[in-house]
Unconditional design. Structure first.
Lengths: 200, 259
């Protein structure tokens, strides 16, 4: 028995995932199903990396989820502008990075306040933890733009050109940001007191 | 301290801080994007940025060419004749089609602010309040586009769970629940980044337990598309679903827009 019978047609359409625009577009939008399928496949494949990128730029899980969701919405509304689907990953990354920037600019994301981990004990994990904590704190101090290039370079392993495509910046700007960011991170890393046996 | 060691530690920190898996909730929300959002109509060729720039460039070339033609030295035959009959007076009567066309298409009045489309707007549920037998959402909608737009009238509303299931639909109440604009409805012009607020009241839901987060969808009047508004980070959907009141009809209504 069809339980949906007798219910308003609009609700049934909504439940089937059809918006009023779909219904009115009808045959005027051939290829819509294929476009949806392509978009769903491409976003699903890219989702983990996009979420990781957003989480590392924003440093807050809930905000990263919202940023990726909003980026997906924007990507869908502009999907027809992407002629070459092979370029989807870079295109989508760029939308995610821009969405993260936009959220930070609008103050939706509060600055992360890290708990003070205290001074690590040399006995419970050598100096590695101190170094990594120093790096973590230094990462939090970077601007989102600097953090983005560090993530794209040192976690995803992208070239300068690929990072430029993903951030919408010139290669020179990317190089400069990477240089500045690594200088800050390195300074924090080197400033860790490793004790008498800490220097390798 | 070697660079290699530094690079290793940096990568290790990034890996440690990176989330391991994509939350199921995010997967569901992203999977619903292409089905729950307005369908993006293919951008007409003439609206694509590259084509627009090409048209602007071509128009500029035409204007410069026509201008250069009009400023060219007078023909040999005109030399020595009465200045009042020389072609120097011609431009006013031979006004180029480009110039006159642009003049006639540039109205002196300020351009009409267009109705906001769903894709221009950015909305959030900023909180839920419990009331006797109903729930009220405080919703903030912001013009996320780059141009001013206007909002007027009453949208169609639906309470939708994370799987896209409609819990309550305003159109079930009849014509009053459909998107509409009345002559007396206030009109709000929103500059880019400017917000409007409204309250959405929902009552009497008796169906299966919805999957969080619960969103509210706004069908904008005049075919402006559907805006799905989700809860702001930190806002729980636990208060979003009104209690079952038996055979009373479900309802979802808004009390209008305000700044």
């Amino acid at each position: 028995m069809d339980m949906t019978r007798g219910r308003p047609e609009r609700i049934r359409r909504f439940e089937r995932g059809e918006t009023s625009a779909t219904v009115s577009a009808g045959d005027a939008a051939p290829g819509l199903a294929a476009r949806r399928a392509a978009f769903d496949t491409l976003t699903d494949r890219r989702l983990a990396r996009a979420y990781r990128l957003a989480a590392l730029i924003l440093r807050r899980d809930g905000d990263a989820q919202d940023a990726v969701h909003d980026a997906a919405v924007l990507a869908w509304t502009r999907f027809d502008e992407l002629r070459d689907h092979a370029r989807f990953d870079a295109w989508f990354d760029r939308i995610v990075v821009n969405e993260c920037r936009r959220r930070l600019r609008r103050g939706r994301v509060r600055a992360l306040v890290l708990e003070d981990p205290g001074t690590p004990s040399m006995a419970d994990g050598t100096s590695d933890r101190a170094e990594r904590d120093a790096l973590r704190r230094a990462l939090d101090q970077l601007t989102p733009e600097h953090r983005a290039v560090v993530v794209l370079r040192h976690l995803d392993g992208h070239s300068i050109g690929e990072i430029a495509a993903r951030t919408g910046e010139r290669e020179g700007t990317v190089k400069s940001r990477l240089h500045y960011a690594l200088r800050e991170l390195r300074a924090a890393y080197d400033a860790v007191d490793r004790g008498p046996e800490g220097h390798r | 301290m070697s660079n290699e060691r530094f690079d290793q530690d940096l990568r290790a920190v990034l890996l440690e801080d990176a989330p391991r898996d994509v939350p199921d909730e995010l997967r569901r929300r992203v999977a619903a994007v292409s089905t729950n959002r307005p369908i993006p109509a293919p951008t007409p060729v003439w609206q694509r940025p590259a084509v627009r720039w090409a048209v602007v460039l071509a128009a500029a070339v035409v204007v410069v060419t026509v201008g250069a033609w009009q400023l060219r030295p007078a023909p040999e035959a005109a030399v020595g004749t009465d200045p009042s009959t020389t072609p120097s007076a011609a431009p006013s009567s031979d006004a180029s089609p480009v110039a006159s066309a642009s003049a006639s298409s540039s109205p002196s009045a300020a351009p009409e602010v267009v109705a906001c489309l769903a894709v221009d707007l950015d909305g959030r549920i900023v909180g839920w309040q419990g009331a006797a037998g109903s729930r009220i959402a405080d919703v903030r909608v912001t013009n996320g586009g780059s141009r001013p737009c206007r909002i007027q009238g009453t949208p169609g509303l639906a309470l939708v769970d994370a799987t896209g299931r409609v819990l309550i639909d305003s159109t079930a109440a009849g014509p009053s629940g459909r998107p509409h604009v009345s002559a007396t409805d206030p009109r709000f012009e929103l500059a880019p980044g400017e917000p409007l607020t409204t309250e959405v009241q929902v009552s009497n839901y008796c169906g299966p337990t919805p999957v969080a987060p619960v969103d509210i969808s706004f069908d904008l009047p005049g075919g402006g598309g559907r805006l799905v508004v989700g809860p702001e980070p930190g806002v729980s959907s636990s208060e979003a679903v009104p209690p079952c009141m038996g055979s009373t009809p479900s309802s979802i209504t808004t009390n209008g827009w305000r700044r």
